[in-house]
Write a protein that binds this ligand. Structure first.
Ligand code: UDP
Ligand code: MG
Length: 319
């Protein structure tokens, strides 16, 4: 099978029929063999009924229904598990992403050899308020820096194409759909490209991702990913290092306080109480913090040693 089109959706009943017809037209014009997987993320409207009706006349339509709303990442995760196409295209259900982009996205994977091609919404300001576009710019700049994927302008674009291998080797969790290129890169898929895509204002319904808090969460997720990819398999390296520094600083402070006291005693000059020196408190805090950090490191190691992921590596090929 050439292509799987994967569409996560939450309350998008008005768009589904048109979206399906559009995808079908593009696929037929290009003679692709394909399937469409809709993941109904706990919609409370008529979306599921619409999908059932679509399926009756169109055998290429498949659908998964979540019992409740879990979020876009879980929807993608379950869709990825089920996808069979050599190239997997994800797109939003709201008709903002154009199925006309599919043939070129696929060509970039199949012919140019990209592992992942992300859409880059050119005219995205259409229909989006400033409170969404400005944080988006900031968000992308940070994501570029932290992930080291310098050529991506639009991490969060719903329209993306993947080589099948990629989606079978990454695990989208939490709200990490914003960082799938980063996940792919960490799994060893480094050929990541970008294509400018047309983007329209939402026709029906309203955006499910609004407000500033999603950017706060986005940054926290980015820090988590960075931490996991750098120290996930060796937590002691970070906690042990920080702990050692703290402990050494603390110990130096102890030497300062103790040395001073000793010197005064030997020289027979009046000596103040150790608690009157700021170094005493520095020593106290640093040594406690250092010990705590060490313990956190050991706990991290204990947890990672016992996790099922401890020896999970991505083997590209073997004989
Ligand atoms: N979506 C989803 N589960 C959610 C929220 C959103 O499956 O909990 C889907 C939604 O139906 C759409 C896509 O994810 O197909 C992108 O959402 P939306 O268009 O609201 O985001 P925006 O384009 O405004 O960033
Ligand atoms: Mg949208």
């Amino acid at each position: 099978m050439d292509i799987t089109v994967l569409v996560p959706l939450y309350n998008e009943e008005e768009s589904l029929v048109e979206l399906h017809a559009w995808i079908k037209r593009v696929m037929d014009e290009n003679h692709f063999t394909y399937e469409i997987i809709f993941v109904n993320d706990g919609s409370t409207d008529n979306s599921w009924k619409v999908l059932q009706d679509l399926q009756k006349e169109n055998p290429e339509v498949h659908a998964i229904r979540f019992r409740r709303n879990y979020g876009k990442s879980p929807a993608l995760y379950c869709g990825f598990a089920r996808a069979e196409g050599d190239v997997v295209i994800t797109m939003d259900a709201d008709l903002q992403d154009s199925p006309d982009e599919i043939p070129e996205l696929r060509r970039m994977i199949v012919e140019d050899g990209y592992d992942l091609v992300s859409g880059y919404k050119m005219n995205r300001s259409q229909g989006d308020p400033l409170s969404k576009t400005i944080p988006t710019k900031l968000f992308n700049a940070t994501a570029r820096k932290v992930s080291g994927i310098k050529n991506l302008h639009d991490f969060n674009c719903g329209l993306k194409a993947y080589r099948k291998e990629v989606i079978k080797n990454i695990e989208v969790f939490g709200e990490m759909h914003r960082y799938i290129p980063y996940l792919a890169k960490e799994a060893g898929f480094s050929r990541i490209g970008e294509k400018r895509v047309h983007h329209q204002a939402r026709k029906h319904g309203k955006s499910k991702f609004m407000g500033w808090n999603r950017f706060v969460n986005g940054y926290l997720d980015l820090i988590t990913l960075w931490f996991l990819s750098t120290f996930g398999k060796k937590p002691m390296h970070v906690f042990g290092f920080l702990g050692s520094i703290m402990f050494i600083l603390g110990f130096l402070a102890v030497l300062t306080v103790g040395g001073n006291k000793l010197y005064c005693l030997i020289a027979g000059i009046p000596h103040p109480l150790v608690t009157s020196s700021p170094y005493f408190y520095i020593a106290l805090t640093m040594m406690i913090l250092g010990t705590q950090l060490f313990l956190a490191g050991f706990l991290g190691e204990l947890i990672s040693r016992n996790s099922q992921e401890r020896n999970k590596y991505h083997i590209a090929e073997e004989f």
